[in-house]
Design a protein around this ligand. Structure first.
Ligand SMILES: C[S@@+](CC[C@H](N)C(=O)[O-])C[C@H]1O[C@@H](n2cnc3c(N)ncnc32)[C@H](O)[C@@H]1O
Length: 353
């Protein structure tokens, strides 16, 4: 227990002493095999990438074919890292759910898998853009909406899920999203969120102190601060859940390896997929932030491309035992009697003899 949270920290990842990678990192990841028709998307073209436009702001990550490849890889990393769980999709103890909501569903990977797992449930995935999928299970509905606005769903939800929504909102918007999650869950329903950190970390001295990979996290995090969208979502979720009124807060900490350097099969597979996740994702994660909020002044598109190319070259070095931190938090909306008991105890505490 840490600060009232039921916490499961990740152990250190053992290094594979036998790894001599020459072929694991082919350039196959670069092949543009995605065959998603681009005609269904509308959006703003900028610095060679396509973004969704919002009424008041833009979302910082592109929604184009290149980035969808990244969403797919991110989904797989999350699944592999929890492949030893009975249910690798979520940890909330939800039984026989009827209504499930996936906020910022992307291309709906999670929503579709959960709909397959619970054919009796209706699973809604919501995002700013139309889903780039041609088929989904009949009990899965993908909708276009802005979750920073007022929600209009009527059914009380059994489970609301978010994943990799880092940088989507400012603090006020985050609080409003959590509050709307609370309001839209049935009493006893669960909210679950999985987020990853933008920092590249290393527990031994295999990554030199002056390596460019160490500049990535601080550079992006500073841009996030200047943009008013803090990227430390992974560290603020638990408090935000509680502030919104959730109880029974659990967390699972992860180290998502980047590259196949780990000895154990699960980490090796996760690291191999996560390498692809980073290779395909970095340009999209950085372009908007650095071109608008880069230091000492906004960067050009070319500068970002060169920076990302240097990072990619370093990422391919299998001697670096690097990873990113990730965290899953899940918590329950209290039943009315729990809320009443809590309110009564606050009154009692506020009026001591
Ligand atoms: C990094 S992607 C993650 C997608 C998906 N959750 C996954 O894990 O594969 C974040 C998604 O959140 C969506 N998003 C950002 N702001 C949003 C908003 N205000 N309303 C709805 N969706 C939003 C983006 O369009 C994007 O698809």
């Amino acid at each position: 227990m840490r600060g009232g949270i039921k916490s499961e920290p990740e152990e250190d990842i053992a290094v594979d002493p036998k790894l001599h990678v020459t072929t694991v990192y082919g350039d196959d990841w670069q092949s543009e095999t995605t065959s998603i028709g681009s005609s269904i998307y509308r959006g703003l073209e900028e610095n060679g990438r396509r973004y969704q436009t919002l009424s008041h702001k833009e979302y910082l990550i592109p929604s184009d074919e290149k980035q969808f490849e990244t969403y797919e890889a991110g989904h797989l990393v999350a699944l592999v890292m929890d492949s030893d769980q009975e249910n690798p999709l979520f940890r909330s103890p939800v039984r026989n759910p009827k209504h499930i909501l996936d906020l910022g569903t992307g291309q709906g990977n999670w929503a579709i898998d959960v709909a397959d797992m619970f054919p009796e449930a209706t699973v809604r995935g919501v995002d700013l853009f139309p889903p780039p999928v041609t088929w989904m299970p009949p009990n899965c509905i993908l909708e276009v909406d802005n979750i920073a606005e007022d929600w209009t769903w009527n059914e009380p939800q059994d489970l609301i899920h978010m994943r990799i929504m880092i940088g989507a909102f400012d603090d006020q918007e985050w609080n409003r999203v959590y509050q709307q999650c609370y309001n839209n869950l049935r009493p006893g329903g669960w909210l679950e969120q999985l987020e990853a950190s933008p920092y590249i970390e290393c527990d031994d001295d295999s990554l030199p102190e002056d390596n460019i990979l160490r500049t990535w996290g601080p550079a992006l995090s500073d841009c996030g601060k200047r943009a008013g969208r803090p990227l430390e979502t992974i560290d603020m979720m638990q408090d935000a859940f509680r502030k919104a009124g959730f109880v029974d807060v659990h967390e699972k900490e992860y180290k998502w390896p980047i590259g196949p350097w780990a000895r154990d099969q699960k980490y090796k597979e996760a690291g191999t997929v996560n390498f692809q996740h980073w290779m395909s994702g970095m340009e999209g994660w950085a372009m908007w932030l650095l071109c608008k909020f880069g230091a000492p002044e906004p960067w050009t598109q070319e500068e970002v491309i060169v920076y990302v190319a240097k990072l990619r070259a370093e990422l391919k070095n299998p001697k670096f035992h690097i990873y990113e931190r990730a965290r899953r938090v899940w918590a329950r909306k209290p039943f009315p009697e729990e809320v009443a008991a809590r309110e009564a105890s606050v009154v009692i505490k506020a009026e001591p003899e």
